[in-house]
Design a protein around this ligand. Structure first.
Ligand code: GLA
Length: 396
């Protein structure tokens, strides 16, 4: 369906859900795939994500009272809150994401002497939830953009991105790095974002969608415990850094630890902690080589680094699952594929494939066949274009 069609449908769904005649304003924020820099953001390393043309629609309409009513096309349950007495802690359900953002944006409004107004909000879209495509950052950043617009605050993109990040970390309670809200909020059409998570500097690198395409194959595996396992990896990386910095006092994060330091002192770490550190330190080097390859126009060289990343995520960081390994092996064996790896945190979700334009049909066939042979069911395989980032979309 075209963007205009999706927006018109979301507007109709809003009216069906909330009644009334006045059309809502509609905002969109994309999802993302991360091509290089796996599990580096919370270690201060560089990352290379790009937005995809799937995401979250946020339809918003002011109310006469000071209540905020949250509804979703994906989940029948609603959340209803008073602007003046928003929950202080998470409830463990989807409304935590927008409530966390609302709290942050209200604080920023207050600092300007501005106030919020009551709202009806409907969330929806075409991004699979929990698949590693950053549905949570897409919801949080989309909510931040929508609230900024309807409250008339004029906050900058970076302020909104950081509000989304604080909401997810502080209120929802995921120790996530900075990559996802930055990738979503700073997205630019036809570009990969190079983001250095140590000093938050960024640049855009061209991704030529006429020559290459991004495929995403969804294993359908969703791990309930993924958040806990993610936070555990964050803790293990912190433990590795605390131990290794004693031998390299100039290091400010795990990204700074040199190969020599790890080689000399890695055996002082518990074996799983040493494996996590090994992944991170080598992934930093791979991500720089991938950037060099992209600058040379060498998509295949870039893809080769993605494949090495996947191996490291499987063997050293231990966040892959057999379904992802089958998809990656199958993609890599198909002509026209430059590289493939798991995307997002891992533990299930999606594999991302970088391929030549024109190879889509063969890649989809091969992935479906190999996956079905191994697991007796078909994965969802889709091909995505880039996206221009968060915006308001006119309902025509
Ligand atoms: C998840 C997190 C990100 C990042 C990736 C792994 O998507 O939300 O911050 O850590 O995992 O690269």
């Amino acid at each position: 369906m075209t963007e205009a069609g999706l927006v018109a449908r979301h507007s109709r769904e809003f009216l069906a859900s909330f009644g009334g005649r006045a059309s809502p304003r509609i905002f969109f924020a994309p999802g993302r795939v991360n091509l290089m820099g796996a599990h580096l953001d919370y270690n201060g390393g560089p990352v290379m994500p790009t937005a995809i043309d799937r995401g979250t629609f946020v339809a918003v309409r002011p109310r006469m009272d000071a209540r905020v009513v949250l509804a979703s096309t994906l989940d029948g349950t609603r959340g209803e809150f008073d602007l003046g007495s928003l929950p202080e802690s998470r409830a463990g359900r989807w409304t935590d994401y927008p409530v966390g953002v609302l709290r942050e944006i209200l604080l920023l409004a207050e600092a300007q002497g501005a106030r919020g107004v009551g709202l009806d909000i409907l969330f929806g879209g075409n991004l699979p939830v929990g698949a590693g495509l950053s549905s949570s950052a897409s919801i949080c950043v989309g909510t931040a953009f929508a609230l900024d617009a309807v409250f008339g605050l004029g906050l900058s993109r970076l302020e909104l991105v950081n509000a989304a990040l604080r909401a997810e970390r502080g209120f929802v309670g995921v120790q996530c790095g900075i990559m996802d809200p930055y990738a979503v909020g700073l997205a630019r059409e036809g570009a990969l974002l190079w983001l250095d998570c140590k000093d938050r500097t960024s640049e855009y690198l061209p991704l030529d969608h006429d020559r290459v395409t991004i495929g995403v194959a969804d294993t359908g595996v969703r791990r309930e415990l993924a958040q806990g396992a993610f936070n555990e990896r964050v803790g293990q990386c912190r433990a590795a850094f605390e131990a290794l910095r004693r031998h390299q006092p100039d290091a400010t994060c795990l990204r700074d630890i040199r190969f020599e330091t790890l080689a000399a002192h890695g055996d002082e770490l518990e074996p799983p902690i040493a494996r996590r550190a090994q992944h991170v330190i080598h992934e930093v080097a791979r991500t720089f080589s991938a950037r060099d390859a992209l600058r040379r126009g060498d998509a295949h060289g870039f893809g080769a680094e993605m494949v090495r990343t996947h191996e490291s995520l499987r063997e050293l960081f231990e966040v892959s699952v057999p379904e992802l390994d089958v998809l990656v092996a199958s993609a890599v064996a198909t002509p026209g594929v430059h590289g493939a790896r798991l995307t997002g945190a891992g533990f299930g979700g999606c594999a991302v494939v970088l391929l030549e334009r024109g190879a889509e049909a063969e890649v989809a066939d091969r992935l479906m066949r190999d996956f079905e042979r191994a697991f007796g069911r078909a994965p969802v395989v889709e091909f995505f274009g880039g996206d221009a980032g968060p915006r308001e979309i006119e309902v025509v």
